[in-house]
Design a binder for this molecule. Sequence first.
Ligand code: AMP
Length: 475
Amino acid sequence: MNLYDLLASRFPTDRTAPCFLLPDGGAISYGTLELCAGRLARLLARRGVGVGDRVVVQTAKSPEAVMLYLATLKIGAVFTPLNTAYTEAEVAYFLEDAEPALVVRDAVALAAEAAGLEPLTEVTPRDDGDLASLIYTSGTTGRSKGAMLTHGALAANAQALHQAWGFTPDDVLLHALPIFHVHGLFVALHCAFLSGAPMVWLDKYEDGPVLAGLARSTVMMGVPTFYTRLLANPGFTRQSAAHMRVFICGSAPLLESTFREFEARAGQRILERYGMSEAVIITSNPLDGERVAGSVGFPLPGVELRIDTGGGETGVLQIRGPSVFQGYWRMPEKTAEEFTADGFFITADGFFITGDVGRQDTDGRVWISGRAKDLIICGGYNVYPKEIELVLDELAGVTESAVIGLPHPDFGEAVAAVIIGTGSEAAIVAAARERLAAFKAPKRVFFVDELPRNAMGKVQKNLLRETYAGAFTPP
Ligand code: AMP
């Protein structure tokens, strides 16, 4: 079934019911969402976008961007969102790789253009195995990979989460996440749509609007940074959380201290879950039942999870299930490497090797201890050191660089670079900012004569992390 049909089948019967509750007090109804998605679908079709064609979207967060997402599904095209922070040079790679039929940089303008069109009512039939979305993840080689998510995978995960988190039409979801990432795009939107529930719609996390939004919401989904910011705000009290049904958190590790402090302040335990672009949500703490600090909970129904411990306690998590992606776009070899060869056909039978290291206790709870690779997660966004190193190494005066993530009180981790070379910290930071999205550019640069290496010549980043551990966190 086309995912659009599943979502639209749950829109409220009374289409005048609100979908987006806007900061100015206005609202956009489910009827308008449906109508505008139909008009945009007509416009896309007129522009020659066909079944299986990629629609690359790098646009500010807006209801129109959501309408465009639904329009793309409706005509059987492939929604391909890009982080709005990407620079032109970065976007050029995605365009070359995705070969889109259409690139949208301004969803509001596109919706205005579609305003007079007859809405397209037909929904292009799609099978579970057909591609719905291409989500670019970062790559250790510096190249982003497009995770291919199907209609079936997204539908399965949406239904599992809707059930696990007990969504009903009485819910109001506070939506302050970006919608170019699986968290804000699939996890949040699909839970709201499957309930026909409204969303308090905020462009981004800001203390004032989020606090005001909590007063009329029942569920919030956030990254750990949202929670640390709420706790840093004295205006956030038990009263602020009084009619919230559940606070959900993921995309990066939630510190146990944040979990505990939140419980003490708000009187509620944050529900932490774990997921990734390649499989949407994999595990979740229970809605009813104990939510444990530091654990990401249990595999969702239908998810098989096993750990390649090699006899020890922890190891790399491997998963199989209906929401796991089909593979990396136009990278069959990379895909084959990241699935186990359990079966004849990789995506049907093999397990996906997540790259996350963790353990499962006797109750079945999963604990993530770290990342196998040196992924940095800054404010919920993945940064692969290699990509940054390649940029830094091109700069005048830089001989070699090693990029690491260091604990940061606001972002969880922040990017820092250790450099062999000459120049000033400020100049290197500025040069990196010209070439990279702000969240990827190093916030600190340290100069050294030599990088620590192991016997195999590999830079020992763990030693660098120890040396500079306190760079962003005053003792
Ligand atoms: P992304 O593909 O951008 O969603 O990033 C996925 C990665 O984020 C995962 O592979 C994990 O390393 C990390 N991650 C997501 N949720 C959690 C969590 N609750 N705890 C720890 N790490 C997480």
